[in-house]
Each structure stands twice: as C-alpha cells, then as structure tokens.
Design a protein around this ligand. Structure first.
Ligand SMILES: [Fe+2]
Ligand SMILES: [Fe+2]
Length: 293
C-alpha cells in the first residue's frame, strides 16, 4: 500500500437525483438471488439512519474547526450524506411494499444509535466509529464497481443508485477521519478499537437484517442456512465481493494510515465526466460500469 497521499477529487453535492426507483424493480434484484439481494438490502436499509448518525457525530466538533477548507468539506460531507439518506429511503419504502419489516429494523438501529452510541459513548469515540464506518463506505466503489462482473446481474437502477453513492463516499472519505484526528485528537488506540467495534456491529447487523428479511420472504431456517452456505464464495471467496477490499480495509490499522493513501478507484473519472456533461446519474452509472475492468 502506498504511503504518500494520492490524487483526491473535490467534493460535489449532487442533489435531488432521480434513479427511477419504483415497484418494477425485481424483488430479487441481485442476480435473481434472494440471499445476495437481501444482503445488499440489509446494507442499504441501514444507510439513512447510519448517515444521520455520521452527521451527528461530526456536528459537535464543527465549532472547533478553524480551517476554512475543512469547514467547507464538513458542510459538503453533511449535504452529501443527507442526499444519500433521502435516496435510500425511497428504496426502503419499496421494501415495505414487499412486506419487509423495515420499520422494525430501522427502529432497532435508531434505538442503538440514540440510546447507546450517542448516550453512552464519548463524542470522541463516536467520531472514531464514524471514521471507521466511513472507511467501509469509501471502499464501496472498489468492491462493487472496479470489476464489471460484480454488478453484472444487478438491476440497472439500483446499480446507478449505488454507483452515485460509492462515488460520493470516495469524495468525502477523509472528512470524518480528519475531524477525528485533527479536531477531536483521537489517538491510535481509540481509532483501532472503534474500527474493530464498528466492524463487529456492521457484520452483526448485515447478517441479522438479511436473515430477518429472508424469514419474512418465507424461507425456512434450513433454506436460509443453505442459501448462506451456497453464497459464501460470492461474499468471501477469492474473487468475492467482500474479500476484494480486505487489503485496503486492513490498511486502516497502520498507525500512519490516511484514507488518501489509497488510490481513487480507476474508473472514477468516467462517472464524473459523464455526470458533469449530462447531469444524468443513470448515464454516469452506465459509463462507470463500462469503464470497469
Ligand atoms: Fe453516504
Ligand atoms: Fe459517507
């Protein structure tokens, strides 16, 4: 992994994008597979609450930021995250129409964020937790969009939604980290502990939410176990979706780590150039995938 800072694109807040999310999106929009779809749904269902939490974790430090560029970055980060929450909420509404217990899952997340994270943990630990979660989301572009094959069987509208989100996560990847390090003065031990705790929480909720949704879909315990086993390779195989970003993920544990040590995903310019020319997130998403390996 390269130690020097790499090219870092500027943040752009793209508002009120329309991805055409409606009931015509197939229930199992990832490769026609219930398990893969519900894993992606489990990740996406947590985005709106999670992003609200990221904003709330950064907010207490805003008044202490003296650098004008950093303050502008924090504001742009908050606006980008707010837009992501709005867009993913639209899809969560569709999940409700499929009979998914969205409110139950979201209320559980809200309860943990409000009554545990924000009430029991220090503001320093919360910003460290957010910086850790943001490292995951910053790697979404690498995991899903650096290779064509990963998203080949995704519904195009969901693919475009995720492409936009992944691009903006990469654009604001250093914001929470820099606030944690330079404003909250969080040291290495807390950063690493928060990342481990955040990883545990992410895995726990991803699998338990997917399990809850598959149960609501009518799959028995045995069928759910079979689906899980069958898709282990898709998740954690040599070319698995989640194994592809293990290396940059682990880089977070280096004491000298900074998000900008990781190169921006190779096809990033394809998305941005088309979006800047057309203002069309669907066309940009298509160009992003076309330029993938
Ligand atoms: Fe986001
Ligand atoms: Fe983010």
């Amino acid at each position: 992994m390269l130690e020097q800072k790499q090219y870092q694109p500027e943040m752009d807040v793209r508002e009120k994008l329309d991805f055409g999310l409606d009931e015509t999106i197939a229930k199992y929009w990832v490769d026609g597979c219930p398990f893969r779809t519900r894993i992606m749904d489990a990740m996406q269902i947590s985005f709106p609450e999670g992003e609200r939490y990221f904003i709330m974790s950064v907010r207490p430090f805003k008044q202490d930021i003296t650098d004008a560029k950093q303050l502008a970055d924090v504001k742009a980060f908050m606006r980008q995250e707010a837009q992501h929450g709005i867009a993913h909420n639209q899809y969560n509404e569709l999940l409700k129409k499929q009979g998914m217990p969205v409110d139950e899952i979201v209320d559980q997340h809200k309860d943990i964020i409000q009554n545990k994270y924000l009430k029991k943990f220090s503001k320093e630990f919360n910003i460290a937790l957010t910086a850790g979660f943001e490292h995951y989301t910053a790697l979404m572009a690498e995991a899903f969009f650096s290779r064509k094959e990963v998203v080949a069987g995704f519904d195009p509208r969901m693919k475009n939604l995720l492409a936009w989100h992944a691009v903006e996560e990469m654009e604001h990847r250093s914001v929470a980290f820099d606030v944690m390090q330079n404003v909250a003065n969080v040291g290495y031990a807390m950063r690493v502990w928060a990342m481990m705790y955040g990883t545990f929480q992410t895995l726990k909720f991803m699998f338990s939410n997917a399990n809850t949704m598959l149960k609501a879909d009518g799959f028995s315990r045995w069928e759910r176990l079979k689906l899980f086993t069958k898709n282990l390779g898709w998740m954690y195989g040599r070319k698995g979706v989640f194994s592809s970003f293990t290396k940059p993920l682990l880089a977070y544990f280096k004491p000298s780590f900074h998000p900008e040590h990781i190169p921006v995903v190779h096809n990033y310019p394809a998305w941005v150039n088309v979006f800047n020319e057309t203002g069309d997130a669907a066309a940009a998403g298509k160009a992003f995938v076309a330029a993938a390996h």
